[in-house]
Design a protein around this ligand. Structure first.
Ligand SMILES: NC(=O)c1ccc[n+]([C@@H]2O[C@H](COP(=O)([O-])OP(=O)(O)OC[C@H]3O[C@@H](n4cnc5c(N)ncnc54)[C@H](O)[C@@H]3O)[C@@H](O)[C@H]2O)c1
Length: 419
């Protein structure tokens, strides 16, 4: 079988969803049209390990239009949209190995299947595909021209591999492109995290005390949107500069130990491990809600919470588990600590993924054209790709900006003129 999906009959609904997302992806559509004519990926096997969503499906269609023989597997067991997976198989001829709710074993079996596809190019969201190639199929690393990495956590992992001399594949840090993290991580995660929390709980945000752990791009977006809906937002940080930024943006900043006593809802967005631990759970109010929007399900110490709980009531509502502490207090955990915006909502809106995935597609073409010059290290996306994507996005929004005059170009590149 060249696919493993939940239910082929869901394909019709999936296609509608993919087409709907496409309406809001004008930049990617332009790349798609050019790829269709120029076929820059002709004859290449490609494997992508991404969240299987309607936006990703549009990226897949573009890579296929470019000539790639594409296999897609999930980058998270809980983020797959099964109807989208079915449509990609039925309508687009893409090999999909992803089922929402798959267990860890199946998740890695699907990643292995992506490696057995013998890709020349890979694409990752969190680096699980590249790290499995290194750990289980090291002999295949030399066949790979390059890999794209979509998220902060993946780039951190890959840079750590490069630092240790362990990285065997050149990687393009798509996450670090300006047109990716400035918008996707901030506005995409901001909106979709609030959306996921509301869909999972149906709580009223107004008047709640919401604790955002981490004030990076995702944390800033989430804090901004939660405040916009009337929450009192508290930020926790470990970086003093980010903490000052949060204070000056008007948030209360304190330690998690302090915040734990007063928060109604907690969301981690750090990319770090065990950010909320038993010593914090112990201090929380009855009915506190905890969730995560960072890449991996390691930000909440759920094992620790499990040990201090008298019992766990699973699915008191879909995606909500109630942990009952010894004294009867309840702590509600959303989506088993996995990315709440993808597990409970639909991930980032298409308009923002338009830029991220246009960068992904163009970075893929860049790898094909330049791989002979690459070494196994982490490369930035060329500035020209960032600028092209930004210009096209602005155009699609009907926004025109000023151009530098010749005098300004000269002034900005000279040092002789002062007061
Ligand atoms: N949910 C999504 O769809 C989505 C989208 C993009 C990125 N991500 C993921 O979200 C995470 C954050 O990404 P980002 O781009 O905001 O990263 P970032 O590096 O910009 O921000 C992370 C912030 O967390 C802070 N931090 C680290 N440990 C902490 C701790 N123990 N307590 C409090 N703060 C701590 C850091 O100082 C930093 O400011 C990553 O795992 C990334 O992969 C998720």
């Amino acid at each position: 079988m060249d696919h493993h999906i939940k239910e082929p009959n869901l394909a019709g609904g999936g296609k509608k969803r993919i087409d709907w997302a496409e309406n809001d992806m004008p930049v990617l559509r332009q790349v798609h049209e050019r790829f269709l004519k120029e076929k820059p990926l002709d004859g290449l096997n490609m494997s992508a390990c991404l969240h299987v969503t309607a936006e990703t499906a549009n990226l897949c269609r573009t890579l296929k239009a470019g000539g790639a023989d594409l296999l897609l597997c999930a980058s998270n067991p809980l983020s797959t949209q099964d109807d989208v997976a079915a449509s990609l198989v039925k309508h687009d001829g893409i090999k999909v190995f992803a089922i929402r709710g798959e267990d860890k074993e199946t998740y890695y079996e699907h990643i292995r299947r992506a490696i057995q596809h013998r890709p020349s190019i890979t694409m990752d969201d969190g680096a699980d595909l590249v790290s499995t190639i290194h750990s289980e199929y090291p002999e295949q690393a030399g066949e790979i021209m390059g890999s794209m990495e979509e998220t902060t956590t993946g780039v951190i992992r890959l840079r750590a591999m490069a630092k240790d001399g362990a990285l065997k594949i050149p990687v393009i840090a798509v996450n670090d492109a300006m047109t990716k993290h400035l918008f996707d991580n901030r506005y995409g995660t901001g909106q979709s995290t609030v959306d996921g929390i509301i869909r999972a709980t149906d709580i009223l945000i107004a008047g709640k005390t919401i604790v955002a752990a981490g004030y990076g791009y995702c944390g800033r977006g989430f804090s901004m949107r939660a405040r916009g809906m009337g929450a009192h937002v508290i930020v926790t940080e470990v970086d003093p500069v980010k903490a000052i930024e949060a204070v000056m943006d008007g948030y209360q900043v304190m330690t998690m130990e302090e915040a734990a006593k007063v928060g109604d809802l907690f969301c981690t967005l750090t990319g770090d491990i065990n950010v909320i631990r038993p010593e914090h759970f112990r201090l929380m109010k009855d009915g506190a809600v905890v969730c995560n929007s960072g890449h991996f399900n390691v930000e909440l110490d759920l094992e620790g919470l499990g040990k201090m709980s008298k019992r766990v009531e699973k699915e008191v509502r879909p995606l909500v588990d109630a942990h009952i502490l010894e004294d009867g207090r309840r702590i509600f955990v959303l989506a088993e600590g996995r990315l709440i915006n993808l597990a409970a909502a639909e991930g980032h809106p298409a308009s923002v993924m338009d830029m991220s995935f246009a960068v992904q597609a163009l970075a893929t073409e860049y790898v094909v054209q330049n791989h002979e010059k690459f070494e196994p290290r982490v490369y930035d996306v060329p500035d020209s790709i960032d600028k092209w994507v930004a210009e096209l996005k602005l155009k699609s929004m009907g926004v025109t900006i000023d151009r530098l005059t010749e005098e300004q170009v000269k002034y900005l590149s000279s040092w002789s003129m002062g007061t």
